[in-house]
Design a protein around this ligand. Structure first.
Ligand code: C2O
Length: 454
């Protein structure tokens, strides 16, 4: 087999088999598929193809089925699907595009997985640029730009993603046309208040240590995936739903919004991040390397956003109330909590944030969608903290190689409650999702802790 056909075989494996992907993608026989394969040496890869064109990405709900970018997106996805039907190995086909997400997002292999840590934002940016570039070339439309869905401004799923003959329709979605995401699922306050990239975008990945997921990934990102249901609700399937690019377009934009707030917010300066290289299939089917440090200026990647406005969705009437049900995830040891520091934060004498950290030992194989409350057993008071969501990975054998620590910011109201409290439990209340049953506690936790960090 030639090198090219082996690469292509990886694409089929990603869709059909879901395991042994890393090995197939690296041109190894499937029988050798095992963890710990050496990563591809990016030094041997071609650099990213020259960026063609430039486009302003527009908000999905400000567009209609007849808007240029929507028409082009629909036409291109239709073409790409047809190409994959004729030849599943076609590097310009939709199946290949989908498979690429599965390979890096639905894997337990540490060196491949790009979620749960600091590569989440740059990898998904590169994934969208890769598709946008392919579409510009396919249609010969250098001004095409992928629409993004700003769910903070309009939580309604864009109508043009539906329709019987519409290639942008994914029939597996649990939500229907016109459905709206619950407001608290979309709240960006916790992510945007983060002062460090560790909190916002995820922490450095160190082999042998827990991976730490950023607040944006854990919050609105996971929530919209899980809520949509169907393929969007699993890492393996998500890349097949054209809604994915609209959702991730906004996630990418929130990265820009976060940086634009200033006050010291910055991308990591660590060379392990900046010089890390991802690989993608270029338009000609060759694997190309993309350096994280070259992904930080969207204009040089051929796109810009219509605006960087957002609005808080957690208005007082959207704050969920506690109904007395739910599962205790842990008890906060107030004796070990730096309450003096929390008081400084609430009274404006210090800057920083308080996170609830959960260590989970494996990934769920079904949706995990909870709302967290702080319950003060002494007074009975309940304070809403935020959502806690995990996207399932359909791998029954091993779960994830490493545990993942998830950070949930305790919002200002929660801090005030902590200062008053006697004995505080963290209670998770499962949120019903259309068409799916959410188990009470399907994920084993190693513990809940509270950290105060600048
Ligand atoms: Cu790699 Cu939103 O998923």
């Amino acid at each position: 087999m030639s090198r090219r056909s082996l690469i292509a075989a990886g694409a089929i494996g990603a869709i059909g088999l879901g395991s042994g992907l890393a090995a197939l993608a690296q041109g190894q026989p499937a029988a050798k598929a095992a963890r710990g394969l050496p990563p591809i040496d990016p030094g041997r890869l071609a650099p990213m193809s020259e960026i063609v064109g430039f486009g302003g990405r527009k908000e999905a709900n400000s567009l209609t089925a007849d808007s240029d970018d929507v028409r082009m997106y629909r036409e291109a996805v239709g073409w790409m699907k047809a190409r994959s039907e004729a030849n599943p190995l076609d590097p310009m086909g939709w199946a290949q595009h989908w498979a690429h997400h599965s390979m890096f997002c639905a894997t337990n292999t540490f060196g491949y997985q790009v979620h749960y840590g600091w590569f989440f934002l740059p990898w998904h940016r590169a994934y969208l640029v890769n598709l946008e570039q392919k579409i510009r070339r396919l249609l010969n439309e250098p001004a095409f730009a992928l629409p993004y869905w700003d769910w903070t401004r309009n939580p309604r799923l864009p109508d043009w993603l539906w329709g019987a003959d519409n290639p942008l329709w994914d029939t597996t979605r649990a939500q229907e046309q016109g459905d709206m995401v619950p407001a608290d699922f979309l709240e960006l306050g916790p992510a945007l208040r983060a002062l460090t990239f560790d909190h916002f975008g995820g922490r450095k990945r160190v082999p042998g240590e827990n991976q730490v997921e950023g607040t944006l990934e854990q919050g609105a990102h996971n929530n919209v995936h899980n809520w949509t249901g169907g393929e969007m609700a699993s890492f393996d399937g998500a890349g097949n739903d054209p809604l994915f690019q609209c959702h991730h377009g906004n996630i990418d934009r929130v990265w820009e919004i976060w940086l634009a707030q200033g006050e010291g917010r910055a991308n990591p300066a660590d060379p392990d991040w900046l010089d890390h290289r991802f690989w993608f299939f270029g338009p000609g089917g060759d694997r190309e390397a993309v350096r994280v440090g070259d992904l930080l200026d969207t204009r040089s990647l051929g796109y810009a956003f219509a605006d960087l406005e957002w609005r808080s969705t957690l208005t007082s009437k959207a704050i969920p109330t506690f109904d007395g049900k739910g599962t205790t995830f842990g008890t906060i040891d107030l004796g070990k909590t730096d309450l003096a520091r929390i008081r400084d934060l609430t009274e404006g004498r210090a800057r920083g944030r308080v996170s609830l950290n959960y260590e989970r030992m494996s990934l769920p194989i079904q949706p995990f969608q909870h709302r967290l409350f702080l319950i003060d057993d002494a007074s009975g008071a309940a304070t809403y903290v935020g959502t806690f969501t995990i996207l399932p990975i359909p791998d029954l054998r091993s779960g994830l190689e490493r545990s993942v620590t998830t950070q949930v910011e305790v919002p200002p109201a929660g801090l005030a409650a902590l200062l008053e409290a006697g004995r505080v439990r963290v209670v998770g209340v499962p949120v019903p999702l259309k068409g799916r049953k959410i188990p009470e506690q399907p994920v084993p936790f190693a513990g809940v802790s509270l950290t105060v960090e600048a």
